[in-house]
Design a protein around this ligand. Structure first.
Ligand code: BT5
Length: 291
């Protein structure tokens, strides 16, 4: 499987890549045709422009207007990252999508959704382009030390039950150097900039949903997360690196040594003490820059 690179990538000169294929001209039927009959991928809704696919997904899920499904936009005017940060989502330059799920597992496992999504994106990009995106804990995918993809998982849940989960995935596929403002230019990039290849967004969306479904059902049906964890370790850009953890209350440095089964990062401080860092309201920076 690892070698089944699908030749659907068109190598284009950067100027030619300006003719981006219009995502909005696709209808969900075309993506569905690439997929088998899985519950959440049977309801695929594509918009020209939304404020945020996560916001739309949450509104629809809350109203009961969508059970499980996928919301995609060609452009977001108010794309969101974690902690209210903004996510740049220019028209036609990437994949901005949110998956609505109704997981039956406990909210304690919610962080696994972000890991499953990160694995799905990395696997899908690899299958289509032969390029490996690495995972920067907890929710970034990087290539050549630049951020290519960010994931935002949001839940409506009480103590025992998740009412719905929305997994937002943003991937810069076709952004060009000039698309990023100054503050992002040193940390952000796209598949096109880094590889010179323009990946077909429709194919990539379908492949991500396929990978996601496999990884998700492996966990929900068998309760097994060990293979996800092993894959995550292989793809990690964080493990074995010195990191600075920026939490709401404290900041510290140490060596990122492992990922736990509940998707926390274990960091060994210089004192030898091991700290378990939970995803959520922390940021992690490498000592030599972003990674
Ligand atoms: C994330 O947050 O990385 C999660 C991003 C999730 C975006 C998707 S798009 C579809 C769905 N709908 C939404 O509204 N959101 C989701 P965080 O770890 O907080 O990182 C945010 C930071 O990444 C920003 O503060 C910038 O520094 C940087 N950033 C913003 N836009 C970027 C881009 N297009 N590419 C790379 N980095 C970016």
């Amino acid at each position: 499987m690892e070698n089944s690179r699908q030749g659907r990538v068109e190598s284009l000169s950067k100027s030619k890549a300006l003719d981006k294929e219009p995502l909005a001209s696709l209808d969900g039927q075309q993506i569905k045709k690439l997929l088998d009959a899985w519950s959440f991928s049977q309801d695929i809704r594509i918009y020209d422009r939304l404020d945020s696919t996560n916001k739309k997904a949450k509104d629809l899920a809350k109203e009961g207007a969508i059970f499980e499904g996928v919301i995609i936009a060609d452009e977001q005017t108010e794309g969101r990252g974690r902690l209210g940060r903004a996510w740049l989502s220019k028209k036609g330059t990437g994949i901005w999508m949110s998956i609505v799920l109704r997981p039956v597992f406990s909210p304690n496992h919610a962080a696994k959704l972000t890991v499953i999504s990160a694995l799905a994106v990395s696997q899908a990009v690899y299958r289509l382009t032969g390029t490996r995106l690495l995972i920067k804990w907890p929710n970034d995918l990087v290539l050549n030390n630049k951020k290519i993809c960010g994931i935002l998982t949001e839940l409506r849940a009480d103590k025992e039950k998740i009412h719905y989960a929305v997994v937002g995935i943003g991937i810069n596929t076709a952004s060009q150097e000039g698309d990023f403002p100054e503050d992002l230019a040193s940390i952000a990039s796209s598949i096109l900039i880094e590889t010179g290849s323009l990946v077909d967004r429709k194919q990539l969306i379908a492949q991500i949903l396929r990978e996601f479904q496999d990884l998700y059902s492996h966990f929900t049906k068998g309760g097994d997360f060990s293979s996800h964890r092993a894959l995550y370790r292989d793809l990690s850009a964080s493990l074995g690196k010195r990191v600075r953890v920026l939490g709401p209350k404290e900041e510290f440095e140490g060596l990122a040594i492992d990922l736990t089964d509940s998707c926390s990062l274990l960091v060994r401080k210089d004192s030898g003490e091991i700290e378990e860092v939970m995803a959520g309201d922390v940021s992690v920076r490498g000592m030599a820059g972003y990674i």
